[in-house]
Design a protein around this ligand. Structure first.
Ligand code: NFS
Length: 630
């Protein structure tokens, strides 16, 4: 759907580069056993596979059936996804601790108000105490949440009462973040848990430890250290790369790296060096969720989402791509070898073939960041002008909507409240709210599904909140501009957007910031009138092009929190009718929500709209205001 990506993909083909789409094609047909969740590699009695047609083996060598194998694999994936988000959260909490101890030169506490608010939730006295002392105590308490062995993760107290009761009753209240991940993995070892229902309860528990634990800590600490986002204008797509400037792409997830690089790029000496090399300046742009983190706090432009990381290198004008962790294709180093581009890894957790490693040290990050930026600047001179190929496409957007600032944007500067949002839903001006999130994938429409689904939702007066690569896809299509309301939104939603001056699609940050969507929904419950718990709200979630295990963890915590969730490709459970039924039907009676698998984004949008309508009916809300006259 995105012309810049199409153009770059053609360019890559012309110069003989192999991209994610080529590799996807080369894998066809992908393994049917794996796709259906019927392949087990858990122990060395195998690998085993179950015949979906009932002709061949019905059990693995150990006796595991289709439901055991698919449920076990799904729990493993949820644990891996939760581990990834939570490790990100721990990294931030650890940096906060170093800042509190005065041992992290180059970082500071930017949002003292948020620090005090979160500290108070953790039972920390804040009055009259220096911010560093509060930060240290908070960091220690947050780090203790990872190793907590009993009780429940503290931030689950943010959830509505009913959700907490459900989690207690089902035995899925998350205890400690690391504990749930370890126990989840332990349960999938051969001969431990062999009950599909019990395995899936653990998938919810481990995911809740992510959504209301690791990810939530990541969001809170990012706000404290780097400043809470506020609505900000910026630009997106490969056209943000500039031929006459040093282009540095920041790719990955944890803002600890990108924030300090952004500071280093402002250094007068480095800027002078850039000028001496003939560059007119230094241009930073982001890829994936690092892009979202930098966008919502600094307005740094986004070059692209997950599927554009290779395409960005093919422009021939990227002087350095600096990566940390997550969603970084292992192919990047090799692709970069066809250009002058240097790919530099910075996190000891993540090293890549053909990629130079310069480790970031939070104790004194700025000199290292300056060294990395300097490498990029010096590399500018090595550009081959004949390789330059920058698409012109770039789009304006507004991003940076948080649980806290939505109070102001919808409630008015002097009336910080969710009342107008809830009232709009009650009166039928707004149908409800949908979170559309997650990756872009060559299996679906390479970003196009997000755009189609979101257009359909806003046309039906559903306010859309986005994060991650999904937000980037819709931004490229122009849906994140306030003007988009006029062009695409239904009449009720349009009126609200025009009155308040917001886009019909609100960008809330990176994937760990899906925790903001949880807390925003909780605020809607607290404000009252549209349900007493998350499962009663007229809201729904979707990840039309998910690919990562992190997305599985997100989907699980959203469903376990009572929010119906549609995903584009099915979870790998289709080989077991039992597990499929639990996910798409039986969970409703347990947690008040289910998964739905729908590859057609328009049909997916209508599953969400129908669900929201049912919730409206159950709440006896007014019919949709303008539908009464149609
Ligand atoms: Ni989320 Fe962000 Fe993008 Fe998917 Fe990867 S960058 S954390 S996992 S691909 S949305």
């Amino acid at each position: 759907m995105d012309p810049a990506s199409q153009m770059m993909a053609r360019r890559a083909m012309d110069i003989g580069l192999e991209l994610v789409w080529d590799r996807y094609e080369a894998q066809q047909p992908q393994c049917g056993f794996g796709s259906l969740g019927l392949c087990c590699t858990v122990c060395n009695l195998g690998p085993c596979r179950i015949d979906p047609f009932g002709q061949g083996p019905k059990q693995g060598v150990c006796g595991a059936t289709a439901e055991i194998i698919s449920a076990r694999n799904l729990l493993r994936a949820a644990a891996a996804g939760s581990a990834c988000h939570s490790d990100h959260g721990r990294h931030l909490a650890h940096t906060l601790k170093l800042v509190g101890e005065g041992k992290a030169k180059g970082y500071e506490i930017k949002d003292v108000e948020k620090l005090r608010k979160v500290a108070a939730e953790f039972g920390i006295a804040t009055d009259g105490r220096p911010k560093e002392t509060i930060a240290l105590e908070l960091a220690e308490k947050m780090l203790a949440e990872f190793g907590r062995q009993e009780g429940s993760i503290l931030l689950t107290t943010r959830a509505p009462q009913r959700q907490r009761e459900i989690w207690q009753k089902l035995g899925i209240m998350p205890r400690g973040i690391d504990l749930e991940i370890v126990e989840g993995i332990a349960k999938t070892h051969m001969g431990v848990d062999n009950d599909a229902n019990n395995l899936l309860l653990s998938a919810m528990r481990v995911a809740l430890a992510d959504g209301w634990g690791g990810s939530m800590i990541a969001t809170d600490v990012s706000d404290i250290l780097f400043g809470a986002p506020a609505p900000i204008r910026a630009q997106v797509n490969l056209g943000v790369l500039q031929g006459d400037k040093v282009n540095i792409l920041l790719h990955g997830h944890v803002p600890i790296l990108s924030d300090v690089i952004a500071n280093a790029a402002l250094d007068p000496e480095i800027l002078a060096l850039a000028a001496s090399k003939g560059a007119t300046g230094i241009n930073l742009a982001g890829i994936c969720c690092t892009a979202n983190e930098m966008l919502v706090r600094r307005g740094i432009p986004i070059a692209g989402n997950f599927l554009q990381q290779e395409l960005a290198l093919a422009t021939g004008v990227v002087d350095a791509m600096i990566v940390d962790v997550q969603c970084i294709m292992p192919s990047l180093g090799e692709i970069a070898r066809s250009f002058h581009t240097k790919v530099i890894s910075t996190d000891p957790r993540a090293k890549f073939p053909w990629v130079e490693h310069i480790q970031l040290d939070e104790h004194d990050a700025l000199p290292i960041a300056k060294k990395i930026v300097q490498i990029a600047v010096e590399n500018f001179a090595n550009r081959d002008g004949k390789q330059k190929f920058i698409p012109s496409e770039k789009m304006d957007l507004v991003a940076g909507f948080t649980t806290e600032n939505i109070f102001y944007n919808l409630g008015g500067r002097f009336r910080a409240t969710y009342r107008p949002l809830n009232d709009a839903i009650i009166s039928g001006r707004l149908r409800g709210v949908a979170g559309v999130v997650g990756c872009d994938s060559p299996k679906n429409e390479s970003g196009g599904s997000h755009v189609e689904m979101v257009k359909e939702l806003i046309k039906h007066d559903v306010l859309v909140v986005q994060t991650g690569c999904s937000a980037i896809s819709c931004a490229k299509a122009g849906l994140l501009k306030p003007e988009a309301a006029k062009e695409y939104a239904g009449r009720g939603l349009r009126e609200i957007c025009e009155a308040v001056g917001i886009p019909p699609v609100l960008h809330s940050g990176s994937c760990v910031d899906n925790s903001r969507i949880l807390t925003a929904c909780t605020e809607m419950v607290r404000e009252g009138g549209i349900g007493n718990s998350l499962d009663e709200l007229p809201v729904a979630g979707a990840a039309p092009e998910w690919y990562s295990e992190k997305a599985i963890a997100i989907g699980w915590y959203v469903v376990a929190s009572g929010i119906f969730t549609v995903i584009g490709s099915p979870l790998r459970v289709k080989g077991s009718a039992v597990v499929d039924k639990i996910l798409t039907e039986e969970l409703a009676a347990k947690v008040g929500a289910t998964w739905a698998f729908e590859s057609d984004p328009i049909k997916g949008a209508h599953l969400m709209i129908d669900h929201i309508n049912k919730k409206r009916e159950a709440l006896k809300l007014s019919p949709m205001m303008y539908e009464m006259y149609e």
